[in-house]
Design a protein around this ligand. Structure first.
Ligand code: GAP
Length: 445
């Protein structure tokens, strides 16, 4: 059973060092979180798994890591300056501010101001003079710099459609209403793919990417039965979208969006292009006299063709919440409770804990370190030499943080070259020869 209560997850995250409130010692900042020693490992493992599936295991996707500070023109032509807003209301009696469509029940809703549009983008000035003109935005999505780099990537890789550009990175939104721990925050990470296709093939590619993404979530331990597909109705679509399918997950606070997969048509490449009237664009874009590039390809008849874009866009923080929620299990064993995180081993922050049974026996400790170094060198992720606490406490801790196996080194190890391997999920223990340990370890992943 996954966790049903967000409080259990928050407590585990703090207790074991996954996630902390940011600037906590100064009272914290709402909507900002810091990832601790285990959180950073889990996050990196999720991002690596996405990158592996979207870039390495395909031959039609390139990677990108663009700047976060974004020139105003980019977010003007993308439509964000005009449309990336939420309606904001003030309550004159309780003195709080809310999104007009999310006024909570504790507010009597008697003395609300008329809604006014509030842009969610953060701004910062560039250079030493703050004259209000030389500013940049902190990007509200990673997507836009993929579009602005389209020509650079095509020219440097000789790619032709269908192909994609993937990026993982921070995005910033000055959200009015924060929600449920790391579900809706002001600084978060996205894993975004912009997949460029020939117009006319876009609907098939859209379907294909929805399927591929669901399969990926299943491999991360988020089963199909916890997911729902939501076809965004036409009147709720973002300005760039012809169709969007949201992958919804049963979060502890309710069913909400985990990932969006949009058919963005030729809107983005068209919007950021010069000489738009030569491009036979299908979407309606604002005239652009600032761009110095045509973001288009030549087709077989030497005509300009602006690819359509299919965009699977997933939030890393929401991924962490969903994956932790699915992995969290509270079990009763002989009147005692055990919390165990049944994470997929490739996502576990620590891949194996190496525990010397006698912490003050030099030979046992040296052997444990030798085994740790050997397994660490295989490059599967972090292997921990665990030299504190008794064995029972070590098992409990590693169950709670999702370590797939604990390997204990004892006197028999010195005599017979064997170790005890304890499995996190079954708690079964077996004796394994050190010669076979590498294979047993690698088989987990
Ligand atoms: N480029 C398209 C785009 O940004 P979005 O639906 O606004 O689309 C994509 O965001 C994903 O980013 C969402 O499905 C969600 O996982 C994540 N996300 C969006 N806003 C977020 C926030 N304030 N806090 C945490 N994650 C967020």
């Amino acid at each position: 059973m996954p966790a049903t209560n967000i409080e259990d997850l928050i407590a585990l995250c703090k207790r074991r060092g996954f996630i902390f409130q940011s600037s906590e010692i100064y009272g914290g900042t709402q909507g900002l979180y810091d990832y601790g020693p285990l959180g950073v490992e889990l996050k990196n493992n999720i991002k690596n798994s996405w990158w592996k599936s979207v870039v390495y295991e395909r031959d039609d996707v390139e990677g990108l890591d663009a700047a976060i500070l974004t020139k105003q023109s980019v977010l003007k032509y993308s439509g964000h300056e005009e449309t990336f807003t939420d309606p904001l209301v003030d309550c004159k009696s309780c003195g709080e501010r809310f999104r007009a469509d999310q006024v909570p029940n504790y507010c009597k809703k008697e003395d609300l101001t008329e809604p006014r549009q509030f842009n969610l983008m953060f701004k910062t000035n560039i250079g030493p003079v703050d004259d209000g003109k030389t500013f940049a935005y902190l990007r509200p999505e990673t997507a836009q710099q993929i579009f602005t780099n389209f020509k650079n990537v095509v020219d440097s890789t000789s790619r032709n459609v269908p192909f994609g550009i993937a990026q993982i990175g921070k995005a910033f939104r000055n959200e009015i209403t924060l929600k449920s721990f790391i579900f809706r925050v002001r600084e978060f990470e996205q894993m975004e793919l912009e997949f460029f296709v020939v117009p006319g093939t876009d609907e098939d590619w859209h379907k294909k990417w929805v399927e591929l993404r669901i399969n990926w979530w299943e491999k991360q331990g988020v089963p199909k039965k916890s997911l729902e597909l939501y076809e965004v109705p036409k009147d709720e679509l973002a300005h760039y979208s012809k169709a969007t399918v949201d992958i919804m997950y049963k979060f502890p606070h309710g069913v909400e969006e985990l990932e969006g997969i949009a058919n963005r048509t030729d809107f983005d490449l068209g919007s950021h292009s010069k000489n738009q009237d030569e491009l036979s664009l299908k979407s309606k874009v604002s005239e652009n006299h600032e761009s110095n590039a045509k973001l288009a390809l030549k087709d077989e008849n030497n005509n300009w063709m602006v690819p359509f874009v299919i965009e699977p866009s997933a939030g890393v923080d929401r991924a962490i919440l969903a994956i932790l929620n699915e992995a969290y299990h509270l079990e009763k064993i002989e009147d005692k409770e055990r919390v165990v995180l049944k994470l997929k081993p490739h996502l576990s922050p620590i891949k194996a804990a190496i525990i010397p049974l006698k912490k003050n026996d030099e030979k046992i400790v040296a052997k444990a370190k030798e085994i740790k170094n050997k397994l660490q060198s295989l490059g599967m992720g972090r292997v921990l030499f665990e030299n504190s606490g008794n064995i029972g406490k070590n098992y409990r801790r590693h169950d709670e943080i999702g370590t797939p196996i604990c390997i204990t080194i004892d006197f028999e190890t010195l005599e017979e070259e064997t170790v005890t391997v304890r499995d996190r999920d079954t708690m079964s223990q077996k004796r394994v020869s050190i010669n076979d340990l590498e294979e047993v370890f690698k088989d987990l992943f």
